[in-house]
Design a binder for this molecule. Sequence first.
Ligand code: BG6
Length: 483
Amino acid sequence: MAHTMVIFGASGDLTSRKLIPALYRVHQRGRLPDQTRVVGVSRSQFTDEAWRKQLAESTARFLGQEFDSSTWGEFSQRIHYHPGDIQAEEDFLTLAGRLEELEGGRPADRVYYIATMPQLYESAAAQLGKAGLADDSSAARRIVIEKPFGTNLETARQLNQSIAKVFREDQVYRIDHYLGKETVQNILVLRFGNSIFEPLWNRSYIDHVQITVAEEVVVGRRGDYYDRSGVLRDMFQNHLFQLMMVTAMEGPVKFNADSVRDEKVKVLRAVRQFQGADFADCGIRGQYQGYCQEEGVAPNSPTETFAALRLHVDNWRWKGVPFYLRSGKGLSCRTTQIVIDFREPPHLLFGEGKKSMPQANRLVIQIQPAEGIQIHFQSKVPDQEMSLRQSQLDFRFASRGQSMPDSYERLLLDALQGDASLFARSDEVELAWEIMDPIIAAWRSPAAPPMHTYPVAGWGPEASTEWMQEQNRTWFDVCPVIH
Ligand code: BG6
């Protein structure tokens, strides 16, 4: 069966920066199914040739040495352009005709990728429905929705309902690009493809879990969007929650879309909702110094650019094991890591009372920039009495010199092939907002915990370090451990 990927929002940044380079890389790797074509739709008036030329330049710029003109030449023949307005019914009718023509009247599976401004998602789904483009009686019809998926529970629910009027849930693919990162998938393999980790993966052996998504960048030119969003909406409700779900979920019965997502959703259902004093005690808010002077940001903006939260997953596996989630802009470096902090050994056998006290083991799963895992364990200092020191075992996920695929490569291919395992389901998105909404509301109310400012290029507010110390724990403030 042939495939057609229709990208709405074709002249936008996401298309040139991520989608086309990813599809081209998949083609270069020889993994793009034969007879796959890409059709861009937006209001700009391009011909196929003009769009191809523009994409050749942007793709070469974004991919650098990975771009080569001969494979681009082949790939670009698969690309077409159709001018159209996402709010104009008649444009969808002409689009339907163009797609038929390109497909030569033969059935082809289609993926409609909605890469427009979020305000247009509902309209896009509705117009596709009206033009009969969602009818999957002769071939698959899928819709991919970019993030953000709503800005709170109410808007997410409304968006789900509007889409559901046209597409069944199994036709809907909600992107969270963190799920397309290789190491996130590797967590599943680490946990469920080995027998040595899973027996320890519970409250009996784990003291707490830290999930950090640190970004060195500041908001830059995205001030206008960011100031309305803040770190809780921009990073927690989606990416950090996805990382938490994958870390905390039970083993699915099978590796298919519904089994995996059923288990992920159970994690969110078990997250204890904040009540009363929790809103102040279970988190730290911060804003980097200079944020209010960024372009598009209100002069006295109350938006947090850093947050740390302590969540509890109340089930048999995790009861009593806090999950610390933290993310911020303007931090020391770009690193995403999940740190499993194990309990201390139950009995001190070596060097009691001396400096070399046994320390807890730690498993660091580094998601990016380089991807790998590091195990921290105690070993003896050679040629000394029973003095101990912390040692590390490193595993780098990619072989030296091998480049890892971008998350969009995997996700676009999965959407073309109809595998929704790495996409968010409607209940998952709504539950995530259900947890996040009350925290966002409390942090915008007069009873909000204090906003701590922090200097750029550190690990966030000092208060965050102190907060952990009060709980007898320390953040793993380390820039990428695997290079
Ligand atoms: C996006 C956020 O979803 O994720 C950005 O809107 C953030 O603010 C980005 O910078 C981080 O993604 P990555 O893949 O670079 O970690």
